[in-house]
Design a protein around this ligand. Structure first.
Ligand code: NAD
Length: 435
């Protein structure tokens, strides 16, 4: 059992805290958002993540939530920093939350602790942490980089059954303790230096985003030559050198990680005078894919003299309520700015989407309505655009959807449905890169 402090109790911090508590560690989570911590102490979970609430209830004796920073310094031997590192407007990384957390630790430190960076941070941040802490505290401490690879929607499983655990260390003492923390996790533990661990996180996300943009470009060519990208993806994915994952053609990636980490790695490269051409293209293709989808919708609206679009799915992917950099919001924004009306539905993310869209002016907001189910969204819509592939959409009564719509145009941005079956039902159906 280790005594672990977590700074930043968001998607990563809360999952890490609950998962480590379930492994038998004593965990204290701190966050500067007092309301969030008060809610957690009352059993109210701030995010939707499958299994999280149950696991927290089972292991609540092992986990404490506080807004008092000094408690985690008193009570823990290892401190995981899990605060957000979002993108700024110009694509550079906003390190202000991270710096604030480190400086706070530095000021309070009074004996040996291991400071673990779990947030995704630019290469070289570990060195900065050492310097910053050294300004305030002259005793011994270790800095570790332990990037996180969990995916929202399957965060607990990803944390507890990961493909690997990456640990960037510089001394034996912290290496042994980190291995002890993860001893119950059955996965390869890769020990590296700190900079390599920091780089692994960016390289992994860049590679995955590249796979998505690659298959999207193949899908676009499939549309021109009359091939089916699903079959093509299956055919290439069976090759072990390629693998089947991240080859789902669609309207591209979103979320709080891929777009920001691609921008972050481009910035790191740029700061070192390196022109990362391939990664620039990955981001460009992603933008294009979403714009192309918007154009398809608008072309139908113009042709049919329609004005209303049903958007099914708002979260950036299924099984989460996270709408940060969600393609759905971008599509909605583009449509209302072009003067169209949007009726939107999502099983979990409506509240977050409403909040995020508040940046739009009143005139645009008036053209967006949120519905209680997909049928409400489909009613009198000229086009239905499926943007997030929630599994509940498989159970929809498609005949009912069709009968509610003004014209049965179904644009499947995630290739969730079978084109032949949808056309047999009477929809004008179009997927991405499919016949
Ligand atoms: P988040 O925005 O959900 O949570 C961050 C939390 O940190 C918030 O609750 C915020 O109030 C708190 N916070 C900010 N500054 C603080 C401070 N100084 N002291 C205490 N609390 C503070 O962010 P997230 O999605 O959990 O991401 C955290 C980090 O993990 C990021 O660097 C992200 O890139 C990385 N990451 C995220 C995911 C993911 O799927 N969300 C996956 C892997 C890695």
């Amino acid at each position: 059992m280790n005594k672990i402090g977590i700074i930043g109790t968001g998607y990563v911090g809360l999952t890490t805290g609950v998962a480590l508590a379930s492994l038998g560690h004593k965990v204290i989570c701190v966050d500067k958002d007092k309301e969030k911590m008060n809610n957690l102490n009352r059993g109210i979970i701030p995010i939707y993540e499958p299994g999280l609430e149950d696991l927290l209830n089972t292991y609540k004796a092992n986990i404490e939530f506080t807004s008092d920073f000094s408690r985690i310094i008193q009570k823990s031997e290892i401190i995981f920093i899990c605060v957000g590192t979002p993108s700024k407007e110009d694509g550079s990384i906003d390190m202000s939350y991270f710096r604030e957390a480190v400086t706070e630790i530095a000021k309070l430190l009074n004996d040996y602790k291991i400071i673990v960076n779990k947030s995704t941070v630019p290469v070289g941040t570990g060195d900065w942490v050492k310097k910053e802490i050294g300004k305030y505290y002259k005793g011994g401490f270790s800095v570790v980089s332990n990037p996180e690879f969990l995916r929202e929607g399957s965060a607990l499983k990803d944390f507890l059954e990961p493909d690997r655990v990456v640990i960037g260390v510089e001394d034996e003492r912290s290496k042994e303790i980190m291995l002890e923390i993860y001893s119950k996790i059955d996965a390869p533990k890769l020990i590296t230096d700190i900079r390599s661990a920091e780089m692994i996180k960016y390289a992994a996300n860049a590679f995955l985003a590249m796979k998505i943009s690659f298959i999207n470009e193949i899908a676009n060519i499939c549309e021109k030559v009359g091939a089916d990208v699903k079959k093509v993806a299956e055919g290439i994915g069976l090759d072990k050198r390629i693998g089947p994952y991240f080859l789902n053609a669609g309207i591209g990636y979103g979320g709080s990680c891929f777009p920001k980490d691609i921008d972050g790695l481009l910035m790191i490269a740029n700061n070192h005078n390196y022109d990362f051409k391939l990664l620039k293209a990955v981001a460009e293709v992603n933008e294009y894919q979403q714009e192309k989808f918007v154009k398809k919708i608008i072309d139908i609206l113009i042709k049919e003299k329609g004005d209303t679009v049903a958007i099914c799915g708002l979260a950036f992917k299924p099984n989460t309520d996270d709408v940060r950099k969600s393609p759905a919001l971008k599509i909605i924004r583009r449509l209302v700015e072009e003067g169209y009306k949007v009726k939107a539905y999502d099983p979990k993310a409506i509240e977050n989407a409403e909040e995020e869209l508040q940046i739009l002016s009143k005139k645009y907001l008036e053209n967006i309505s949120f519905c209680n189910d997909p049928y409400g969204a489909a009613k009198k819509a000229d086009v239905l655009a499926l943007v997030t592939e929630w599994s509940e959409f498989y159970n929809l009564d498609m005949n009912k959807i069709k009968s509610l719509m003004r014209k049965p145009y179904f644009l499947d941005g995630r290739n969730q449905f079978d084109p032949k079956e949808m056309r047999k039902l009477g929809f004008y159906y179009e997927g991405i890169g499919r016949k």
